[in-house]
Design a protein around this ligand. Structure first.
Ligand code: NDP
Length: 449
């Protein structure tokens, strides 16, 4: 699809001009604006109030220096970011990413998408994202701690349990959240739910670790069920081997599927007998090593250098769970040629626009990230809820709520797609369903003259 509506095309031009050299942000905005074409004529009130122009511009963008001292006593300097994109329906909420590829364009694309995703969960959370170009890989625990403390020494003044509640993302797991939470508490002398993804001993929620991967599978199962299909007895390929990929693998196995491949940024493993997840958890979560170690434990499995080859493996269902733009048009064509019937995005924007076009035009069931991976932030919102109540729900209680939320997201996205003339297109459906609640709230709250 391309942007046909002149009014929306002009908004896109302004976004490009205002945010030069930020292609990921442009890509995310363009996809959303394309979905809004059926809205413009039907909602003149949004046009009049400038909602479309306002929603693509972050409410606030914070950039800061993060100096820290490495184990050799050398001073290192990284750059920190927080974008507070939209607070129309609740306090800002979104993860922190630590990866060398992080810059303003990545943070804006993620914060923009987060606004719609958070709305789709049905919970009262606004959109935000943050992070740094710091690379935790190969750093000692002490270095990671010093970095996290320095990062929070600036970030603390911009966040709060009713203002902005960050969480994890790529490179930010339980260890990093713990170090940042400790520093926030030291500075503010407040024990509040200012971060989610916390450890279970200090305010974390059961199921938060598993939530994005589990939620992805609940969403995918619902999407498959609507067509009389399911995970049972299917072959699944999952990219990545981090938090999302690991728990998507766990849930897919529980639902009766066989996951045969996982990857990291160096290469992928193929285990035709089905991935042994205990081995992967030991390698990635305990030893923090590379996925290629897997073949040392399971010599019948194969390791291949380079991560894009993973999409050549024949499968029924593909779940990209690594990073943005990891699955391009060619990979999408190969998946389709090999009989893949469903793709759901665990990562944010993992499919290029060309890949999405291939899936939609070939009738592959396609679950876009905003809908399919919303389980993580939804469970973060449940963590906030438990923190406010000073109470903890059981694993089964949180898991049941997560499942309900994912089923509802599928139903709402599906209904919106139908209502706005794009039945079966969950890209359009998720964008519109997520947008309407935010837009109506912005409308109700007026403009500051
Ligand atoms: P992790 O850091 O736990 O894992 C990321 C995985 O992706 C690692 O296996 C990593 O490999 C791989 N990866 C990273 N960059 C690349 C790259 N350029 N090419 C190939 N592989 C790469 O992150 P998460 O699992 O938390 O996040 C994965 C995706 O899911 C991201 O897009 C994130 O935004 C999204 N997401 C995460 C949520 C969460 O709750 N954690 C919630 C919603 C979305 P390596 O070790 O080699 O870098």
């Amino acid at each position: 699809m391309s942007l046909k509506n002149a009014y929306l095309a002009e908004i896109m031009e302004t976004v490009i001009k205002r945010n030069p050299a930020e292609p990921e942000f442009h890509q995310a905005v363009k996809e959303v604006l394309e979905s809004f074409e059926p809205l413009v004529d039907r909602h003149p009130e949004f046009v009049k109030a400038g909602i479309f122009e306002r929603i693509v511009e972050p409410e606030r963008f914070i950039m800061f220096r993060v100096p820290w001292v490495d184990d050799n006593g050398k001073v290192q300097v990284n750059r920190g970011f927080r974008v507070q994109f939209n607070s129309a329906i609740g306090p800002y909420k979104g993860g922190l990413r630590f990866h060398p590829s992080v810059y303003a364009g990545i943070i804006k694309f993620l914060g923009f998408e987060q606004t719609f995703k958070n709305s789709l969960t049905g919970l009262p959370i606004g959109g935000a994202k943050g992070g740094s170009d710091f690379d935790p890989k190969g750093k000692s625990d002490a270095e990671v701690m010093r970095f996290c403390q320095s990062f929070m020494t600036e970030l603390y003044r911009h966040i709060g349990p009713d203002t902005d509640v960050p969480a994890g993302d790529i490179g930010v797991g339980g260890r990093e959240i713990g170090f940042m939470y400790g520093q926030y508490k030291r500075i503010k002398n407040d024990f509040t739910g200012v971060l989610t993804g916390k450890g279970l001993t200090y305010g974390g929620s059961l199921v938060r670790t598993e939530a994005t991967g589990y939620g992805l599978c609940y969403f995918t199962e619902e999407m498959l069920n609507a067509q009389g299909k399911s995970f049972k007895d299917s072959t699944v390929v999952i990219s990545g081997s981090g938090n999302v990929a690991i728990y998507a693998t766990e849930k897919a196995h529980q639902l009766g599927a066989k996951v045969v491949a996982l990857s990291d940024s160096n290469g992928y493993i193929y285990d035709p007998e089905g991935i042994n997840l205990d081995t992967v958890k030991q390698i990635k979560e305990v030893e923090r090593k590379r996925i290629k170690e897997y073949v040392n434990y399971h010599p019948h499995a194969e390791y291949h250098e380079g991560c894009s080859g993973i999409w050549n493996i024949k499968c029924d269902i593909a779940l990209p769970c690594a990073t943005q733009n990891e699955l391009d048009g060619e990979a999408a064509k190969t998946l389709v040629a090999n009989g893949c019937i469903a793709v759901a995005e665990g990562a944010n924007m993992p499919s290029t626009p060309e890949a999405v076009e291939v899936f939609l035009s070939k009738g592959v069931l396609f679950g876009p990230a905003k809908a399919a991976n919303a389980g993580g932030v939804a469970t973060s919102a449940l963590e906030m809820c438990q923190n406010s109540m000073r109470y903890s729900w059981t694993f089964e209680e949180v898991d049941a709520k997560l499942k309900d939320i994912m089923v509802n997201i599928y139903k709402n996205a599906s209904a919106a797609a139908k209502e706005y003339g794009h039945e079966g297109n969950l890209v359009v459906g998720a964008n519109i369903a997520g947008f309407l609640k935010v837009a109506n709230s912005m409308l109700a709250q007026g403009i500051a003259y």
